[in-house]
Design a protein around this ligand. Structure first.
Ligand SMILES: CC(C)(COP(=O)(O)OP(=O)(O)OC[C@H]1O[C@@H](n2cnc3c(N)ncnc32)[C@H](O)[C@@H]1OP(=O)(O)O)[C@@H](O)C(=O)NCCC(=O)NCCS
Length: 160
């Protein structure tokens, strides 16, 4: 199946929110928990994109958006979150999206790009470490709504 990566437009926000909802429903990888208000999330995404404090890159096939990376800019630094649809993983889309995000962060003169990853998320850790991200501090324990406690690892890549 042919895939493309591109920068998203505000009109893509509902599809992006839909993808995030599907991956959040796996209840394993994202801080976002389900159920969530997809319409409100899409509205917020579109607002932030329009304002320029958020840049989203998407991967898509002819069937629609199958991957997203949301790059936030704040106080000269950047951070991101990302998700690839379960049936489209391990085909190189995540790596392409991260490369686009690093390029844009550099173009916007961000001094660093940060990400928090759950310690059990081996795929994401491998991807970020291979892209040059390193640990920036001790693990943080996050409590889920069902009472589970997950360890989150702060990582970042210095761009200076
Ligand atoms: C993490 C995620 C974004 C990676 O996206 P992807 O498109 O599957 O990644 P890629 O195919 O580009 O893989 C890039 C590298 O990541 C690592 N990787 C990816 N999946 C892996 C897995 N299941 N096990 C081990 N390493 C893995 C490998 O180093 C891989 O390179 P290689 O295929 O040349 O060995 C994807 O698995 C995902 O969306 N997971 C659920 C949501 C999530 O975890 N989001 C990130 C939260 S911090």
């Amino acid at each position: 199946m042919e895939t493309r990566v591109r920068e998203a437009a505000p009109a893509d926000a509902p599809a992006i929110a839909g993808l995030v909802g599907a991956v959040a429903a796996e209840n394993r990888w994202l801080r976002t928990e389900v159920p969530f208000n997809g319409e409100a999330r899409a509205k917020r995404l579109a607002e932030l994109m329009t304002r320029g404090s958020l840049v989203v890159f998407v991967a898509e096939t002819d069937n629609g958006i199958v991957g997203e990376l949301s790059l936030h800019f704040r106080d000269g630094r950047s951070s991101f979150g990302m998700a690839v649809a379960a049936d489209m993983r391990r085909r190189g889309l995540g790596r392409k999206l991260v490369a686009l995000a690093l390029k844009r962060a550099r173009e916007r003169h961000a001094t660093s790009v940060a990400i928090e990853v759950y310690a059990h998320n081996v795929a994401a850790l491998e991807l970020y470490r291979s892209a040059g991200f390193v640990s920036t501090g001790p693990p943080v324990i996050e409590e889920r709504s069902d009472g589970q406690r997950w360890e989150a690892l702060p990582l970042a890549k210095d761009l200076t």
